[in-house]
Design a protein around this ligand. Structure first.
Ligand code: NAD
Length: 458
C-alpha cells in the first residue's frame, strides 16, 4: 500500500521505516526541513537500536522516501499516518495545534480518498475534531477522507522490535473500509510474514499479536489509560520504596516478589528517580485534564504526578546527607537520557537532577553513551566527559541518573581509583549495595540500606 507519514520524529521515523520494511511504499515528511535533509543525506537524527539498518535497507529497495514539504506527501499515500508531536501546554492539556495544522493541510491537498490515521497520542474525542476539521477545510467535497485512531505502544530503545512484534494492534474505526485498510497495512505483522531485521529470521516463539478493533474514542482512551497506569505503577513503587527505607526493608526484595504475581507483573516497579520522557509525564497530565473537563475527579493520577515530581527532592536529601555542602564539589553524573538505549532527553529526570546540582553550585561532569549531543543543546553549561571513567576523574561523588546496563559492567575498581572520594549515589538502583561495599565504596540508593563510611576519627 502507498503510505504517507507526517511527522518524522521518534514515532514517525520508526513507523515509516517499519512499514517500508514489511513491504509498503512509504513517504515520510516533516515540517523540520533540517531533519529531512539529514535523512535524505543518509543520516538518522535519533538513536534507536537497529533503526539505521532498517532505514538503509528500505531506502536501497526504494520503499522509503523523504520529502521536505508536507503538502507534497499527501498525494503520495492512500493512508496517511499523523505522527506529529502533542506536547503539553502550560496547563497540562495536550497541544493539538500540530494535529490541526496537518488536518487543514491534508484537507486542502487531498485529491483522492484517504484514510487519515492518528498515531500521535491524543485525548479522547480528538478523532471527532479531526473529522470535523477535515470536512471544514476540504477543497473537494467529493473526496472521502476517513479517520481512524491507531495508538502506538512502542518503547524508545526497543522501538523497531516493538513495532514489528507488538502484543496488540489497536485500531479505532468507524466503518469496515477503514478497518480493512488498516488490516491490510498490518497484515505482515499480524501474520508474521516479513524478514525480521531484529531477530534475523529467528524470532522468538510467542502468541501472534492481538488485532483489536474499537471505536475511535476507545482507541484514544486506551492509550492514555495505559500510559497513566504505568505512571501510577512507578509512583506506587516509589512510595513503597520510601516506606522500605524507613522500615529497614529492601525495595528490591519487595518489588521482585510483588512482580512475580501475574496480576501485578514485574515491569514499571523500579524504585528511583521516577518516570520521564516524552510520553508518561505529558500523557498523565493530559489525562488528568481530560477527566477534569468531563467532571471526573481522577485525583489518584494527580497524586502519582506529585510523587514523581518529588523524587528529585528525595534524591537531593540523599546528596546533601552524603556530601553535606554541595557547592564547588566535583560531581560526576552517569546518564542523561530519560532511560537507557535512547538519546532522548525530553523530560528526562537526569536533566532536572543536573539542573538542581548546578543550582546548588556543584561542578558537574556528565557522561551518557548516546545522549550527550542532545543534552548539550539544552544544558550547554555542563562539562561533558568522553567516558564514564573521565566523568569519575577527581569526583567527590558519582551519581547514576540513567540505568544504562553498561554502567553496571564498568570496572568499578578503576572508577574508585579515579575518584577523590569513593561515593556513589545511585538514583536508579542499578548496582547492589553489598557489591559496592565489597568494592570499597560508600553507596546510597532508593529503598535499600546505605553503605556509609566508618568514622576514622574518634
Ligand atoms: N516517543 C515515544 O516513545 C512515543 C510512543 C508512543 C506514542 N508517542 C506519541 O507520538 C507522537 C510523536 O511523538 P515523537 O516522540 O515522535 O515526537 P517528536 O517530537 O520526535 O516528533 C514529532 C515530529 O512532528 C513534526 N511536526 C510537528 N508539526 C508538524 C507539521 N505540522 N507537519 C509536519 N511535521 C510536523 C516535528 O518537527 C517532529 O519532527 C506524540 O503524540 C507522542 O505522544 C510517542
Amino acid at each position: 500500500m502507498k503510505i504517507s507519514v507526517i511527522g518524522t520524529g521518534y514515532v514517525g521515523l520508526v513507523t515509516g521505516a517499519c512499514l517500508a520494511e514489511i513491504g509498503h511504499e512509504v513517504m515520510c515528511t516533516d515540517s523540520d526541513a533540517a531533519k529531512i535533509r539529514t535523512l535524505e543525506a543518509g543520516g538518522v537524527p535519533i538513536y534507536e537500536p537497529g533503526l539505521d539498518q532498517v532505514i538503509a535497507k528500505a531506502r536501497k529497495e526504494n520503499r522509503l522516501r523523504f520529502c521536505a514539504n508536507p503538502a507534497d506527501a499527501v498525494p503520495a499515500g492512500d493512508a496517511i499516518f499523523i505522527c506529529v508531536g502533542t506536547p503539553p501546554l502550560p496547563n497540562g492539556d495536550a497541544d493539538l495545534s500540530a494535529i490541526d495544522n496537518v488536518a487543514r493541510m491534508v484537507a486542502s491537498e487531498a485529491t483522492s480518498p484517504k484514510l487519515v490515521i492518528e498515531k500521535s497520542t491524543v485525548p479522547a474525542r480528538t478523532g471527532q475534531e479531526l473529522k470535523r476539521a477535515l470536512s471544514v477545510y476540504t477543497r473537494r467535497p467529493g473526496v472521502t477522507l476517513r479517520v481512524a485512531s491507531n495508538p502506538e505502544f512502542l518503547r524508545e530503545g526497543t522501538a523497531v522490535e516493538d513495532f514489528l512484534h507488538p502484543d496488540r494492534v489497536v485500531v479505532g474505526v468507524e466503518d469496515e473500509t477503514a478497518e480493512r485498510q488498516l488490516h491490510d497495512i498490518y497484515r505482515p505483522v499480524l501474520e508474521r510474514q516479513f524478514n525480521c531485521p531484529v531477530h534475523a529470521g529467528a524470532c522468538p516463539e510467542g502468541p501472534a499479536p492481538q488485532w483489536l478493533v474499537t471505536t475511535i474514542n476507545s482507541a484514544e482512551l486506551i492509550k492514555h489509560a495505559s500510559n497513566s497506569f504505568l505512571a501510577l505503577k512507578v509512583s506506587y513503587a516509589n512510595m513503597v520504596s520510601d516506606l522500605a527505607e524507613r522500615l529497614g526493608a529492601d525495595i528490591g526484595e519487595v518489588t521482585r516478589a510483588m512482580g512475580m504475581d501475574p496480576r501485578i507483573g514485574p515491569s514499571f516497579l523500579n524504585a528511583g528517580l521516577g518516570f520521564g520522557g516524552f510520553c508518561l509525564p505529558k500523557d498523565l497530565q493530559a489525562f488528568v485534564r481530560l477527566a477534569e473537563r468531563c467532571g471526573v475527579d481522577f485525583s489518584m493520577l494527580k497524586a502519582a504526578e506529585k510523587i514523581n515530581k518529588q523524587r528529585i527532592d528525595r534524591f537531593f536529601d540523599k546528596v546533601r546527607e552524603a556530601l553535606w555542602v554541595v557547592r564547588d564539589k566535583p560531581v560526576g553524573v552517569l546518564g542523561l537520557a530519560f532511560k537507557p538505549n535512547t538519546d532522548d532527553v525530553r523530560f528526562a529526570p537526569a536533566i532536572d537532577l543536573i539542573r538542581r546540582l548546578l543550582e546548588e553550585g556543584a561542578d558537574v561532569r556528565a557522561y551518557d553513551p548516546q545522549a550527550m549531543e542532545k543534552a548539550r543543546a539544552i544544558l550547554p553549561e555542563v562539562a561533558y566527559a568522553p567516558s564514564a571513567y573521565d566523568a569519575a576523574q577527581g569526583a567527590e561523588a558519582l551519581v547514576i541518573a540513567t540505568e544504562w546496563p553498561e554502567f553496571r559492567a564498568l570496572d568499578w575498581e578503576k572508577m574508585r581509583a579515579r575518584m577523590r572520594r569513593p561515593l556513589v549515589l545511585d538514583a536508579r538502583n542499578l548496582l547492589l549495595p553489598g557489591e559496592m561495599r565489597a568494592r570499597g565504596f560508600e553507596y546510597r540508593s532508593f529503598g535499600r540500606p546505605d553503605v556509609v563510611a566508618e568514622p576514622q576519627i574518634a
